[in-house]
Design a protein around this ligand. Structure first.
Ligand SMILES: Cc1cc2nc3c(=O)[nH]c(=O)nc-3n(C[C@H](O)[C@H](O)[C@H](O)COP(=O)(O)OP(=O)(O)OC[C@H]3O[C@@H](n4cnc5c(N)ncnc54)[C@H](O)[C@@H]3O)c2cc1C
Length: 292
């Protein structure tokens, strides 16, 4: 099936992008890698009158790090560039673990981080990792910018906090302390090129007494949008890292999820997988801490 007719623009500067977005109002969609959007247009699920291709915008591509502050990834950065970045592998381990599992090398060469976030699939690979790492988004447009935690960007099933004229500019992952651990894990029916049944990002920070000071546990594919399992996080806080505590956090996270039955798995199966995956991801994160 071919694509329906649309107007196409390819701005060279962020100022031009902002002008086009404001002139087109709600008629326009940003085209990044197109690995979600073009499939949705071909399938008849979307029919934007205008596509604004951000592929030429160097101001939306790149990864940078400020010592002691954190890592900024601009929204148009390709998933492959994130996967291949030694900086991401060293400083943002859970995101590295997530992007390696996104689609195939061909998909990763086209797809962008901003597209994965703004498409807002409940099973999107990067979201639990970014949420667990305490990341923030910068949304720009209409001559201003605003910052918000990643989890606040998702309002409902595939609904994001982007107003008319706004776009996602960048993602900021705060510097990870050497007494913090993080991990990303997902469960698919087959080893690759599959929508996740459950995906999990975890992070924790230890105190000087060897207890967990703070924890974040983010889950995908088990609710209309990715979310933090706050009650499971509370299970870990103030306690030493132990397999018993990881198992307990897994049980509580399972009770906080609200999955559906679909062709990939029943709700009951998904809840049980949450229990297992949360405990496993916490154990993996604790090993990353011991090795650091
Ligand atoms: C074969 C195949 C396998 C896949 N496997 C996976 C997988 O394993 N895991 C996974 O998570 N995803 C997977 N995907 C989905 C897709 O590749 C990712 O979600 C990808 O990151 C989308 O990025 P994109 O640049 O292609 O986005 P696009 O398709 O260009 O855009 C997606 C949406 O985001 C909006 N958008 C993009 N950038 C911005 C911005 N800067 N500001 C505002 N809005 C913006 C667009 O308007 C559109 O609504 C797969 C897709 C295919 C075709």
């Amino acid at each position: 099936m071919g694509l329906p007719a649309f107007e196409y623009y390819c701005p060279d500067t962020s100022a031009e992008l902002e002008r086009l977005l404001s002139e087109c109002g709600g008629q326009a969609k940003i085209l990044a890698g197109g690995t979600d959007l073009l499939v949705q247009i071909k399938g008849g699920f979307q029919s934007p009158a205008v596509l604004i291709d951000i592929g030429n915008l160097e101001s939306l591509q790149g990864i940078s790090h400020k010592e002691g502050k954190g890592t900024e990834i601009l929204a148009g950065t390709k998933i492959a560039a994130i996967e291949e970045s030694p900086l991401i592998r060293e400083k943002v381990l859970a995101l590295y673990q997530a992007v390696r599992l996104l689609g195939s090398p061909q998909v990763r060469a086209m797809a962008t981080l901003g597209g994965n976030i703004c498409n807002a699939s409940p099973s999107a690979e990067t979201l639990p990792a970014l949420i667990a790492l305490g990341s923030e988004l910068t949304v720009a447009g209409n001559g201003s910018e605003r910052n918000l935690p990643v989890e606040s960007f998702f309002l409902d099933y595939r609904k994001v906090d982007l107003g008319p004229g706004e776009y996602l500019k960048s993602v900021f992952v705060p510097e990870q302390s050497n007494v913090s651990g993080s991990a990303y894990l997902c469960r698919m029916l087959r080893g690759a090129m599959e929508i996740d049944i459950v995906n999990v990002g975890v992070w924790f920070l230890m105190d000087t007494e060897g207890r967990c000071q703070k924890a974040r546990i983010a889950l995908g594919s088990v609710a209309p949008k990715p979310f933090r399992a706050y009650e499971a996080e509370a299970v870990l806080t103030g306690k030493p890292l132990s397999e018993d505590n990881f198992q307990q956090a897994g049980k509580v996270a399972s009770s906080e999820s609200s999955p559906i039955d679909d062709i990939r798995g029943s709700a009951e199966y998904r809840r049980d997988i949450v229990r297992v995956m949360v405990a496993r991801a916490l154990s993996m994160a604790s090993k990353s801490l011991q090795n650091s």
